[in-house]
Design a protein around this ligand. Structure first.
Ligand SMILES: NC(=O)c1ccc[n+]([C@@H]2O[C@H](COP(=O)([O-])OP(=O)(O)OC[C@H]3O[C@@H](n4cnc5c(N)ncnc54)[C@H](O)[C@@H]3O)[C@@H](O)[C@H]2O)c1
Length: 483
């Protein structure tokens, strides 16, 4: 994916339209339909809207002169982008030649350019009745003429639906992008770089150099869950020296991004933040979707806020310094994501694995930002995992190991094959007190009126809030416990 140009604009991910631009024949309509389905938004094809509102075909309107067509087009685009409910809009190839349309896009949309090559475009439209696709030489000339306009109007260049979803969510995934962090943090205010000693020690200097003169302070949270304590948060709040124009940049694993994101959500009643996740857990999960928070002695993640980042900057190269045990932690979430998506995403090379998993979660979170409905599917296996972790007293069993066991139980209850979970994650039964685990399972926040509600994997995809008989849940929980 090539450059996000106006780095200061990809905020308000939840309210902006997504506009697809590109040359005729690039495939904007097909891509737009797919993205609209994934984001559960309306798809609006400007050319089709023009035809239905004018009750004439595009060639007929064009016959009155291109200027007439462009006027009608501008009116339709203005109407579509004025609608408060964000949609996915596919624009005609020449729409960006109208300065007013470029201005509208700038204010109301995340604009993505589907930059298809000219041969593919020509092959697709040569037989069509498109007014500007009659002559091949003229078609190629127009293609070259318009490229600078697309480049100027686009926030991001995309090649597929995952790229568009990530752009819509404000997420940038690209190897080496840490070095361009400065241009990717929206606005021009001061930045507080928050990290932990491990990640700060390895990658902190690159981040500092990239942030340049905007860097106002560097802060280190303790590593691991110690970052997610009230004490650590209080120290960070007191140390932050940003005004409301400032931005918190959180460089680190999920503990750093959760805690620093929560600090940003609450400091001065909320300032912007940019996670730069460095662990696999954080790149495919924790830094996506705007959940921030800290732990209480009574349990994990009990205090928090939804606070969507103004940008998420993911550099898969950071994973090269991640210890293998931490990588395995992340693979548990990757396998979960692949199972939910119905694709073996775990087989992909790192950059693609991260991009696909991040896009899958981003789409779900854009559809259900506040965890009211389908976002719950991301808890596949997690109710069992939380119960086992609680029974282990959060010691001797990592979250990833617990999720791997939880996935086994969820798949068995769903009547699905568990061999992939076993081969990739090697879950081993854990030695914990059975009654304690069962009690924790019943206390889980997803249990309603004493009935256990779980995420199960059906043949046609995940289903959440499934009420499962207590005896079946107990049997599968017991199977995860050794001795
Ligand atoms: N907000 C959410 O939606 C969400 C989702 C999933 C998990 N989480 C949270 O994420 C946390 C777990 O995240 P985590 O596993 O990343 O933990 P973490 O932040 O503790 O990172 C794990 C360890 O790896 C080190 N590390 C990270 N990146 C590194 C790198 N590139 N090179 C070398 N060392 C590196 C860290 O310093 C740390 O010691 C949990 O608190 C969990 O609740 C949140």
């Amino acid at each position: 994916m090539a450059g996000i140009r106006r780095a200061d604009r990809l905020d308000r991910a939840l309210t902006k339209h997504v506009a697809l631009i590109g040359f005729m024949g690039a495939g904007k309509t097909t891509l737009g339909e797919e993205v609209a389905r994934r984001l559960n938004r309306l798809h609006k094809d400007v050319d089709r809207l023009i035809e239905s509102t004018q009750k004439r075909s595009i060639p007929e309107i064009f016959a009155e002169g291109e200027a007439t067509f462009r006027e009608v087009e501008e009116r339709v685009v203005r109407g579509v982008l004025a609608h408060p409910r964000p949609s996915v809009v596919a624009l005609g190839g020449g729409a960006v030649t109208t300065p007013q349309i470029r201005e509208l896009l700038y204010h109301h949309a995340v604009t993505v350019w589907l930059d298809e090559d000219v041969d593919t475009c020509w092959a697709r439209v040569r037989e069509s009745d498109r007014p500007l696709a009659k002559d091949e030489a003229e078609f190629r000339r127009l293609f070259e003429e318009r490229r600078p306009l697309y480049a100027a109007a686009a926030d991001v260049v995309v090649r597929d639906a995952d790229d568009v979803v990530l752009a819509a969510a404000g997420v940038r995934v690209e190897r080496g992008v840490l070095r361009r962090l400065g241009e990717l943090v929206p606005g021009d205010g001061k930045v507080a770089l928050v990290s932990d000693p491990n990640v700060g020690g390895i990658h902190g200097m690159d981040a500092q150099l990239a942030l340049g003169a905007r860097l106002a302070q560097v802060y280190e949270l303790p590593p691991g869950e110690d970052a997610k304590t009230i004490g650590a948060l209080e120290r960070l709040w007191q140390d932050l020296r940003l005004d409301r124009g400032g931005t918190v940049v959180a460089l680190g694993g999920g503990c750093t991004t959760d805690a620093a994101g929560f600090a940003a959500a609450t400091y001065l009643r909320g300032i912007p933040w940019v996670p730069v996740p460095s662990s696999l857990v954080a790149q495919v999960d924790a830094a996506i979707g705007g959940k921030t928070g800290i732990d209480l002695p009574q349990g994990k993640n009990l205090v928090g806020a939804f606070h969507w980042p103004v940008r998420t900057v993911i550099d898969p190269a950071l994973l090269e310094t991640l210890p293998p045990a931490q990588r395995l932690e992340g693979m548990a979430e990757v396998v979960k994501t692949g199972l939910l998506a119905g694709e073996p995403l775990w087989e992909l090379p790192d950059d693609e694995l991260v991009r696909r998993c991040a896009a899958f979660k981003a789409a779900i979170c854009l559809r259900d930002p506040h965890d009211d409905a389908e976002r719950k599917m991301l808890n596949l296996g997690h109710t069992f995992a939380h119960a086992l972790e609680a029974a282990a007293g959060y010691e001797g069993l990592t979250h990833g190991q617990a999720v791997a066991l939880g996935l086994l139980a969820a798949l068995r209850l769903s009547g699905q094959d568990v061999s992939q979970v076993e081969e990739i994650l090697h879950p081993k039964p854990v030695r914990v007190d059975r009654e304690r685990a069962w009690a924790a399972m019943q206390r889980d926040k997803k249990s309603v009126g004493g009935e256990l509600r779980l995420v199960l994997l059906r043949d046609d995809g995940p289903e959440w809030d499934v009420s499962v008989p207590a005896a079946d849940v107990r049997r599968e929980l017991d199977a995860l416990i050794a001795g």
